[in-house]
Ligand binder design. Structure first.
Ligand SMILES: [Zn+2]
Length: 267
C-alpha cells in the first residue's frame, strides 16, 4: 500500500440521535437533503452530516473548488439501495482470487476486479447517512483542497488508498466550530421526531412549562409538599399534586389543569 497524502482516517463518533437506529432505516426527521451542484439538493444525509457537508461545500466554493456528490445514491442509502448495488457487484458463486464480503453469514465474491468495492447492506456508513462520495475527488486541485480542509468540517476518509471519493462525517459529538457557525447562520437546529406539540406534553413537562417552582411553593404552603422548592420535576411533586387533587375531590392524577391552578392561586 503506497502512502498517500489523504491518509487521514479518524474514528467515527456517531451523532447521539443515531444510537440504536438501524443502518439504512433512518427515520425521516433525521434526514436532510444533501447539497449538490449549485446548492441544489442531491440525495440525503443525516441532518448534522448534511450541515457539515454544506458548510464544507460553501467554503470550497469560496476557494473556487466545486464539491458535489457523485450521485444521489452516493449519499444516504437505504438498506434496499445498498442491497440493489451489492447484488449488482457481488455473487455467491466463488470466484478464485476475488475480493469477498460477508453478508447474511455467507461469503460473497466481487464479480470483477474492475468494479468498485461495496460494503454489505447495513455495514456501510452510507447506511447511516454520514458518508458522501465526492465527485472527481481524485482530481489534484480538489484533493489538495480536501486534504487541507476536511478536518475543519469533521470529515475524514475511511478506505485508504482505494477510495479517495469516500468521505464520512466523524464528529457527531463535538461538532466543529466551522460547522456550528454554518448552522447558526442558517438556523439549523436539532430536529424533533414530530411537530412540537406542547399540549400533549407530560404532566411534569406541562407543570415545568408553567412554573414548577410556583407549583412547589403553593403545594408547600398548603402542606401537601415538603420537598425542595427548586423548580425540578420529581415523583414527590407528582405525589403532592395527586394528594392535593384527591383532597379537593378531583381526579387523583398528577395533571396540573386549570382547576388545580385556580385552587392553588397559580396563573
Ligand atoms: Zn462511499
Amino acid at each position: 500500500m503506497s502512502k498517500v497524502m489523504w491518509d487521514i482516517v479518524v474514528p467515527v463518533k456517531l451523532p447521539p440521535d443515531l444510537k440504536g437506529v438501524k443502518p439504512g432505516e433512518l427515520p425521516g426527521h433525521l434526514l436532510r437533503p444533501a447539497r449538490g451542484e449549485g446548492g441544489k439538493p442531491c440525495g440525503q444525509l443525516h441532518w448534522l452530516a448534511a450541515a457539515a457537508w454544506a458548510a464544507m461545500c460553501e467554503a470550497a466554493e469560496k476557494d473556487g473548488i466545486t464539491l458535489k456528490p457523485v450521485s444521489s445514491g452516493d449519499t444516504y442509502r437505504t438498506i434496499k439501495m445498498q442491497l440493489t448495488a451489492f447484488l449488482s457487484r457481488y455473487q455467491k458463486e466463488p470466484i478464485p482470487g476475488a475480493q469477498t464480503r460477508t453478508y447474511e453469514g455467507v461469503k460473497w465474491y466481487k464479480k470483477s476486479p474492475k468494479l468498485a468495492s461495496l460494503a454489505a447492506p447495513g455495514t456501510s456508513q452510507h447506511n447511516l447517512g454520514i458518508a458522501v462520495d465526492v465527485h472527481t475527488a481524485g482530481e489534484a486541485k480538489r484533493l489538495t483542497w480536501l486534504v487541507a480542509n476536511v478536518r475543519r468540517f469533521g470529515f475524514s476518509w475511511e478506505v485508504v488508498p482505494e477510495e479517495p471519493w469516500h468521505l464520512r462525517f466523524t464528529e457527531g459529538v463535538d461538532v466543529p466550530a466551522d460547522v456550528k457557525t454554518y448552522m447558526e447562520k442558517n438556523g439549523i437546529q436539532v430536529p424533533s421526531p414530530s411537530p412540537v406539540n406542547l399540549n400533549v406534553a407530560s404532566p411534569i413537562a406541562a407543570a415545568k412549562k408553567d412554573g414548577t417552582k410556583e407549583l412547589q411553593e403553593a403545594l408547600k404552603s398548603k402542606g401537601f409538599y415538603n420537598g425542595e422548592v427548586d423548580g425540578a420535576a420529581s415523583a414527590a411533586l407528582d405525589e403532592a399534586v395527586k394528594a392535593f387533587k384527591v383532597a379537593n375531590k378531583l381526579k387523583g392524577d398528577a395533571i396540573v389543569g386549570p382547576k388545580v391552578k385556580e385552587l392553588l392561586g397559580l396563573k
